[in-house]
Design a binder for this molecule. Structure first.
Ligand code: COA
Length: 563
C-alpha cells in the first residue's frame, strides 16, 4: 500500500467551490468512485469520488472550506499499492465523473459568451441554455431554452421544476433541477424574461439540447411585462420560486405539520439518504450553506419524527396514519382560534396513543344496587358527623378491588417487547375527575386495604385537589385500573378508553329504576349500568363477562365484600 494525496479534480470552470459535506472518516475503506466529499458551486452540487479503492488515512478539509482544482483534501492508501491509476492521474479525476463534467462545463461557458456576455462572465459552470432566435422581432422576442451540456451525463431525470408559467425570472434563476447518480444541478435561465410554456415535467429525462421552456425575452434581456409594472421585490416574493405555494389548497394553511418548503437544496448523497429513510426533503429544514439540507438535517428530522410517534404522535396523525386535514373554516362562517392548554394537549395525545395502541372491546352489564343505595342513604347522618359524603364511588372502588383480586388477569400490564406479563401484587385504582381545566386521574393506593369511609374521604380530597390543580405527579401515577363515573351526570352506557399500560377501565353510568323480572313478576330495581373496556390482547371476552358479573354480584349484595 502507498499513501497518496486526494486532490480536487478539474471543476468544470468553477474556480472555487465550498465543501458542504464530508462523506467519509479516517480509516474508512472506499471503493473506486465512492463519494468522499460534496462540494458546491453557485449552481451545482458535486460529489468528489475516490480515485481508486483503498483506505482513507486523512481528510484535511472541513465543511465550509473553499477548495480549488489541485488542492489536497486528504490522503489514502490505495489498494494494491503501486497501481498506476491511483497516482497523479487519480487526482485529476481522469476517469471520474467530475473530470468529465468539468470539460463540458468549459464548453458551455465559451458557447454562452457569445450570446450573453453579462451572464457568461459571472457564470462559473456548465448550466447554460442556448437561446434560439424567434420570429418575433419586436421589443421582446421568444426563445426556447435548451438543456446545456450536462457534464457528460445523458438522460438525467428532472427532480424539480423551479418555475411556473407566467413567472418572471432573472438571468441565472434556476429553471429546473436535474439529478444524476453523482450530482444535482440546477439549470439556470440564460435570460431575464417571462416563462411561457414549460416543456418538461418532473421525472422526464433530459440530455443536452432538449427543449426546456419557452420564454419571452426583451431585447435588453428584460421581459416587457415586468419592466412596466413589477418591482424586483414583488418578483422575489412571487410564486415563481414557490410553485407549491401557488396551489389552490385552502386546507394547507392551518396544517399542524410545517409547510413544505417550495424548493429543496440537497446533494445526491443527502437525497439518497432521505429516500432510504423515507424522509420528505421538502419538510426538512436545511442548516447548511444557503439553507442546503445536510445529512445531519435529515437525521435530525427523522429523530424528531420518531420521538413524536413514541410520545404519542402529533394531535393529528401518528402510527403512520395520515393526519386529518383541516378545511379553511372561514369559508363556512366566522371562527376564532384559541390555544389548547398543556393538559388538553397531553390528554389528547394520551387518548390517541391509547386508542391506536390498544385493541378495545367493551363489555356491558347492569348491577342491581337497590339495597346498596338503601344502605348508602342510611349512612347519611354518619357522613355528616364525619364530614364526609358517602357517594356510590367508594362502593365501586371496593367492588373493583375485590374483582381485581379475584380475576388477577385484569391486574397486569403487557411488556410486548419482552413478551412478558407484568403482574401487580398491589391494587391501586385511578378515578377520572372532571375539572374545569380538563380530565385528571388521581390514584387511590391499596384500595383493597381501605374501608369505605377512608375511601370516601380520600376520593373527595383527591377530586378537590384535581379541581384546584394541586395534584402532585406522584398522586397520578401507579394505577392498576381506572374507574370513570359519569353517574352523577347521566347517560346509559359508554365506551371508555383504556388508560394504558393498564388493561381495563370501568365506566359507570347513571343508576335508574328498571322493571326487573324476578321469575313471577316485574320488580322496580335500581340498576347501575357498567361499561368495562379492556385490552383484548391481555383479557379475553369470557373473563370480561366474568369481571362484570362479579362486580354485579358484589354491588348487588355488599355483604360479599366482607367475605
Ligand atoms: N348513578 C346515579 N347517581 C349517581 C351515580 C350513579 N352512578 N354516581 C354518583 N351519583 C350521584 C351521587 O350520589 C350524588 O348525588 P347526591 O348528591 O344526591 O348524593 C351526585 O350524583 C354527585 O356525585 P359526585 O359528586 O359526582 O360524586 P361521586 O363520588 O359519584 O364522583 C367524581 C366523584 C370525582 C368521580 C365525579 O365528581 C366526576 O368528576 N365524574 C366525572 C368523571 C369523568 O369526567 N369521566 C369521564 C372520563 S372520559
Amino acid at each position: 500500500m502507498s499513501e497518496q494525496d486526494i486532490k480536487v479534480p478539474d471543476l468544470g470552470g468553477a474556480e472555487e467551490v465550498e465543501v458542504i459535506e464530508i462523506l467519509v472518516n479516517e480509516g474508512d475503506s472506499v471503493a473506486e468512485e465512492d463519494p468522499i466529499l460534496t462540494v458546491e458551486s453557485d449552481k451545482a452540487t458535486v460529489e468528489l469520488p475516490a480515485p481508486a479503492a483503498g483506505k482513507i488515512t486523512a481528510i484535511t478539509v472541513k465543511v465550509g472550506d473553499k477548495v480549488r482544482e489541485g488542492d489536497v483534501v486528504g490522503t489514502f492508501n490505495a489498494e494494491g499499492g503501486g497501481d498506476a491509476e491511483v497516482g497523479d492521474e487519480a487526482d485529476v479525476g481522469g476517469k471520474a465523473d467530475v473530470g468529465d463534467r468539468a470539460e463540458s462545463g468549459d464548453d458551455a461557458e465559451s458557447a454562452d459568451a457569445t450570446t450573453d456576455s453579462a451572464a457568461a462572465e459571472s457564470e462559473p459552470e456548465a448550466a447554460k441554455a442556448e437561446p434560439k432566435p424567434s420570429s418575433n422581432a419586436g421589443a421582446a422576442r421568444e426563445e426556447t431554452v435548451k438543456v446545456p451540456p450536462l457534464d457528460g451525463f445523458e438522460n438525467v431525470p428532472v427532480i424539480e421544476i423551479n418555475v411556473s408559467e407566467g413567472d418572471s425570472v432573472e438571468i441565472d434563476d434556476p429553471l429546473v433541477t436535474v439529478e444524476s447518480d453523482k450530482a444535482t444541478m440546477e439549470l439556470p435561465s440564460p435570460f431575464a424574461g417571462k416563462i411561457g410554456k414549460i416543456l418538461v415535467k418532473e421525472g422526464d429525462t433530459l440530455s443536452e439540447g432538449d427543449s426546456l421552456v419557452e420564454m419571452i425575452v426583451s431585447v435588453g434581456g428584460e421581459a416587457e411585462a415586468e419592466s412596466a409594472a413589477a418591482p424586483k421585490d414583488a418578483e422575489a416574493a412571487a410564486p415563481a420560486k414557490a410553485p407549491e405555494a401557488a396551489k389552490p389548497a385552502p386546507e394547507s394553511k392551518p396544517e399542524a405539520t410545517p409547510a413544505p418548503s417550495a424548493k429543496v437544496h440537497a446533494g445526491p448523497a443527502v437525497r439518497k439518504l432521505a429516500r432510504e429513510l423515507g424522509a420528505d426533503l421538502a419538510r426538512v429544514q436545511g442548516k447548511g450553506p444557503k439553507g442546503r439540507i445536510l445529512k445531519e438535517d435529515v437525521e435530525a428530522y427523522i429523530k424528531h419524527q420518531l420521538r413524536q410517534v413514541q410520545e404519542g404522535g402529533a394531535v393529528s396523525g401518528g402510527a403512520g396514519i395520515p393526519g386529518i386535514k383541516l378545511p379553511d373554516f372561514s369559508q363556512f362562517g366566522e371562527t376564532e382560534r384559541e390555544s389548547m392548554s398543556r393538559l388538553h394537549v397531553a390528554t389528547a395525545n394520551n387518548m390517541q396513543r391509547n386508542w391506536l395502541n390498544v385493541p378495545h372491546v367493551t363489555q356491558f352489564d347492569d348491577a342491581d344496587i337497590t339495597e346498596l343505595e338503601d344502605y348508602r342513604k342510611s349512612l347519611k347522618a354518619e357522613g355528616e358527623r364525619r364530614g364526609v359524603k358517602m357517594t356510590p364511588l367508594p362502593f365501586m372502588l371496593k367492588a373493583c378491588a375485590r374483582a381485581l383480586a379475584d380475576l388477577p388477569q385484569f391486574n397486569v400490564s403487557l411488556d410486548l417487547e419482552k413478551k412478558e406479563l407484568i403482574r401487580k401484587r398491589y391494587i391501586h385504582i385511578g378515578i377520572a375527575v372532571d375539572t374545569p381545566a380538563g380530565l385528571m386521574v388521581p390514584v387511590i393506593r391499596d384500595v383493597d386495604q381501605k374501608g369505605l369511609w377512608e375511601l370516601a374521604q380520600e376520593a373527595a380530597e383527591l377530586a378537590a385537589k384535581a379541581r384546584d390543580k394541586k395534584l402532585k405527579p406522584a398522586e397520578m401515577q401507579g394505577a392498576c385500573f381506572t374507574i370513570t363515573s359519569l353517574g352523577g351526570i347521566g347517560g346509559t352506557a359508554f365506551t371508555p378508553i383504556v388508560n394504558a399500560p393498564e388493561v381495563a377501565i370501568l365506566g359507570v353510568s347513571k343508576a335508574a329504576m328498571q322493571p326487573v323480572w324476578d321469575g313471577a313478576a316485574f320488580q322496580p330495581r335500581l340498576m347501575l349500568p357498567l361499561s368495562l373496556s379492556y385490552d383484548h390482547r391481555a383479557v379475553n371476552g369470557a373473563d370480561a363477562a366474568r369481571f362484570t358479573t362479579r362486580l354485579s354480584e358484589l354491588l348487588g349484595d355488599i355483604r360479599h365484600l366482607l367475605l
